[in-house]
Design a protein around this ligand. Structure first.
Ligand code: CA
Length: 232
């Protein structure tokens, strides 16, 4: 798995040994991992990185895992992110089944790491990238992620692979402001050697391709912050 396409997983777990075990094994499988030791931090990371999947412990100090899950599933822009809950054996597992938390799957502690990773992979196949085979439509823009085709107002737009990924990223979360660091992380992958200027060059190419036949520029520069898609 290349860093460019490595799914980003947010792990929210308050027990350091558990966290270390999960992080180590996910990274060994090529995933990008962000850690949070409590629900509040988890929700902040959720907004910042918009991960592909969340591994969420049920028993957390402060905001509980259930509440974190509910908040993720309540917000329009995070609703599609897959959530796997970690629960203790017995009552909790029964309760989670009966509760309307919106969790996509759950794993009962003590679990084997192989089992957790198998569940992670299964869920990612279902949910990434932003619905394979699903058409993203924002304003007059349409993106077919399976066929790698983009149209604006029905007219095909030719994009290079990097511009395509940039646009897909913007269209997954319209109006969200993306910092250059987040775009780097999302479009190029964490471990690459790309500087801000390169991002600006690709944004320039994307803009040029989208502004065909005098149409307005849908990419907004947010001064001192980054970029966002605004088709209105
Ligand atoms: Ca815990």
């Amino acid at each position: 798995m290349s860093a460019e396409t490595a799914p980003h997983i947010l792990v929210i777990e308050d027990e350091p040994a558990q966290m270390e075990l999960i992080r180590y094994n996910l990274e060994a499988q090529g995933f990008q991992v962000t850690q949070a030791g409590n629900g509040e931090d988890g929700l902040i990371h959720m907004e910042e990185i918009l991960p592909d999947l969340v591994v969420l412990d049920w028993m957390l100090p402060g905001v509980s895992g259930i509440e974190v899950c509910r908040q993720i599933k309540r917000q329009k822009h995070t609703r599609k992110v897959a959530v796997i809950m970690l629960t203790a054996r017995g009552e909790e597992a029964d309760r989670i089944r009966g509760l309307d938390t919106g969790a996509d799957d759950y794993v009962v502690k003590p679990y084997s790491v192989d089992e957790l990773i198998a569940r992670v992979r299964a869920l990612l196949r279902r949910t990434r990238p932003a619905g394979v085979g699903e058409n993203l439509i924002v304003g007059d823009l349409a993106l077919d992620s399976e066929q790698h085709k983009v149209t604006r107002n029905g007219t095909p737009v030719k994009l290079g692979p990097t511009e395509f990924r940039l646009l897909a990223t913007f269209m997954e979360s319209p109006k969200r402001v993306w910092s250059r660091d987040r775009l780097l992380d999302r479009v190029w992958g964490m471990d690459c050697d790309v500087d801000y200027r390169t991002i600006d060059v690709h944004i320039g190419r994307l803009r040029k391709a989208l502004k065909q036949s005098g149409m307005p520029d849908p990419i907004r520069t947010v001064r001192g912050t980054g970029y966002s898609l605004d088709t209105e």
